[in-house]
Design a protein around this ligand. Sequence first.
Ligand SMILES: Nc1ncnc2c1ncn2[C@@H]1O[C@H](COP(=O)(O)OP(=O)(O)OP(=O)(O)O)[C@@H](O)[C@H]1O
Ligand SMILES: [Mg+2]
Length: 227
Amino acid sequence: MSLSTTARFVEVEDLHKSYLLPESGRINVLNGVSFSLEAGSTLAVTGHSGCGKSTLLALLAGLDSADHGRITINGSVLTDMDARSLHRFRTAHLSIVFQQFHLLPHLTAKENVCLPLELQGRHCPSEVWHTLLGRVGLTARRDHLPGQLSGGECQRVAIARALAVRPLLLLADEPTGNLDLETGREIADLLFELVEQEQMTMIVVTHNEELAARCSRQLRLAHGVLR
Ligand SMILES: Nc1ncnc2c1ncn2[C@@H]1O[C@H](COP(=O)(O)OP(=O)(O)OP(=O)(O)O)[C@@H](O)[C@H]1O
Ligand SMILES: [Mg+2]
């Protein structure tokens, strides 16, 4: 897919999301979220615990559906896609990095990195995983399982895995939240370096003010809206 030159690489319009709880009824989490983002820029989304940051990322990633509203990424309207098209778009163009890394525990570093390509039915030749692990400084740990790696090393593997599909949009949910200050800084350095090299657009949810300040824009989610 070619990169759109439009200033609105990501466009979110009037997004609403609620959950039905058995005891307390419906809770409105997103109450009309709208924003747009230029290609190649970075956005930090901050806000109190429980305000809906992960919910917003899940909608942007096509992992959950909105009650109302529209999400357009690089000219493709995610909210109009059927499940099959959405799955295809997501696996080809979007990647997420999570606070808890979400590596598969029974797969080695290189197998975890190859997984997104294999899920698309693509081959993952040694040059590919070797290059990706090299970019995060972990080639020597290629045959190690996540349980044999430190938290920072696991996040590096997760970042290498996120890059495997060469995503247009990288979504990160508290990528430094499980790491000590120094390791968190190293991971943030790595993320920004890779985002710049790959000319990716990144949306990062974070409580870390230092990380938020490094993004080209910062928006706060409160009472279901972003400002
Ligand atoms: N699948 C779900 N079913 C019911 N309620 C949910 C579901 N997912 C999230 N919620 C609720 O929606 C609200 C927003 O949750 P979300 O995980 O998006 O918050 P968050 O801003 O990411 O919080 P944190 O900073 O603690 O990660 C919370 O009240 C949460 O309990
Ligand atoms: Mg969250």
